[in-house]
Design a protein around this ligand. Structure first.
Ligand SMILES: *Cc1c(COP(=O)(O)O)cnc(C)c1O
Length: 466
């Protein structure tokens, strides 16, 4: 241990007075700067004690202040940060699923910064219903009799099963006992809801007679769950929603359909073969779907269908526990409004614009990015490649969207180091590594973000890091 070095460690005050920290004074609270200065000095002390730090230059006021400035910058960054998603996966659950439309963002700011008629009926001058705002839009667009929104689709399923099936049996095919993203499992939700699971059929085949034979006095409903994140292929058979609806009509039992994604318009033309909300409502009495999958809105779960059932759910005690915030209602309503004109929705709802992006547009974007990266550092070699993109978020598992990406490497650093350099720092860019190349898929990157990536590459290039 070098006692001399320990003694010459700078004082906190001296570090705080250094330009590196005074520069940050107007942006970063003093308490954070103070704590950063202490941490920087402390860390140097530890490194001297362990024999790692032996050079006096490293403990100059300036060196310590520079380290403290980095610590302060890091500490003052928000916990939830913007990320550039260069994975090509449009509905990336780890990166927040749907990006909202401009109109939805505007509506959120309006709702957040003002009082509103959230639960106030302006016409009548008295208390109104929180559900009314989106109910009107959903019923207009889909033709459903009634609708409501809760926190997410898992909550929607839970509420529905609880309101319609508590203490009684709900029949479901063994081929549809799905797990979505680890924590959502139909059998577990069913158990929590208090409804009793009545499984019928086998994993690969379920016939209408299986449902019929399972009917008892205790049957409360027939449930169909869309296998949104996998497909059973080969020797398979399931009962269509239409046939299940016929059995429901015959027996007077409600038919519930968890369709998952909430697709509002037919996207089979681009290879996305998912049930649409409208088609599902033709047969089911109640449907549930996510707000932030292919619908392209905020996180929420939407319940739509016959008024008698939706009313039971609105009155259920869980509805209060699962209720959505005003900002969600604002964003959802604005998103739904985009669907009054489907052509426009394909442009204005970012999720749809992303999955339906024309190939030429993606190619141009990729070309632009590849050129920008090569210009940023003489060590970078970039080329545009074709790729197959997934929709993500447990939607359309077999859909293969053909897109473009930039594959690049640096003569200077390994692919791992390159990946890390782009992922860390001010504007995190998340891509993937494939055979010594870093891949940036441009489907999920806007033109404005291409510019940010190039600027970041230029900074890294200028610092000699890539
Ligand atoms: C995604 C999905 C859910 C869960 O929805 P969240 O909004 O993520 O809670 C439930 N059921 C199906 C069929 C799904 O696809």
């Amino acid at each position: 241990m070098d006692k001399e070095l320990i003694r010459s460690l700078p004082q906190v005050d001296a570090v705080l007075r250094n330009e590196y920290l005074t520069e940050l004074d107007d942006r970063i609270p003093h308490a954070i700067l103070l704590s950063a200065a202490r941490k920087a000095i402390d860390s140097a002390r530890q490194r001297i004690l362990s024999g790692e730090l032996t050079d006096a230059a490293e403990i100059s006021v300036e060196s310590i202040a520079k380290a403290a400035a980095d610590i302060a910058e890091e500490a003052s960054m928000p916990g939830l940060r913007r990320v550039i998603n260069a994975t090509g996966v449009t509905l990336h659950t780890n990166m927040g699923r749907a990006r909202l439309s401009k109109s939805a963002c505007k509506a959120v700011i309006e709702a957040a910064s003002n009082y509103s008629d959230l639960e106030y009926d302006i016409e009548a001058g008295q208390r109104g219903s929180r559900h009314s705002h989106i109910e009107k839009t959903i019923t207009d667009i889909t033709g459903a009799e009634a609708a409501m929104a809760v926190n997410n689709n898992a909550a929607a399923v839970m509420l529905c099963l609880s309101a319609l099936g508590r203490g009684r049996e709900i029949i479901i095919s063994r081929g549809e006992l799905v797990e979505i993203g680890g924590s959502f499992r139909i059998p577990d939700i069913m158990e929590q809801s208090g409804a009793i699971l009545a499984e019928v059929g086998t994993t690969n085949k379920t016939h209408l007679a299986d449902y019929e034979n399972r009917l008892t006095e205790e049957t409360a409903a027939l449930l169909k769950v869309h296998t949104s994140n996998y497909k059973i292929v080969g020797f398979t058979e399931d009962v269509s929603l239409e046939d299940l609806a016929a059995l429901g009509a015959k027996t007077g039992l409600p038919v519930i359909f968890d369709l998952g994604s909430g697709l509002m318009t037919d996207l089979r033309g681009i290879g996305i073969d998912e049930p649409t909300v409208k088609d599902s409502l033709k047969y089911a009495d109640v449907i549930m779907f996510s707000g932030d999958k292919l619908l392209g809105g905020p996180q929420c779960g939407i319940i739509a269908g016959k008024k008698q059932y939706v009313d039971m759910m609105k009155k259920h005690p869980l509805a209060r526990a699962f209720r959505v915030d005003k900002m969600t209602i604002a964003a959802l309503e604005a998103t739904l409004r985009e669907y009054y004109d489907v052509e426009k929705a394909l442009e204005n709802v970012p999720v749809l614009a992303s999955v339906a992006a024309p190939r030429e547009k993606l190619r141009t974007r990729a070309n632009h990015l590849a050129k920008g990266l090569e210009k940023a550092s003489p060590s970078i070699r970039a080329k545009v490649t074709k790729c197959i993109d997934q929709v993500g978020g447990g939607s359309a598992p077999t859909a293969e969207l053909s897109g473009f990406a930039v594959a690049f490497y640096s003569d200077k650093v390994s692919a791992d180091e390159l990946e890390k350099a782009f992922r860390l720092g001010k504007v995190p860019v998340v891509g993937r590594i494939n055979k010594d190349n870093l891949i940036f898929d441009v489907r999920t990157v806007t033109d404005a973000e291409i510019k940010l990536i190039i600027e970041k590459a230029e900074r890294l290039g200028a610092e000699g890091r890539i």
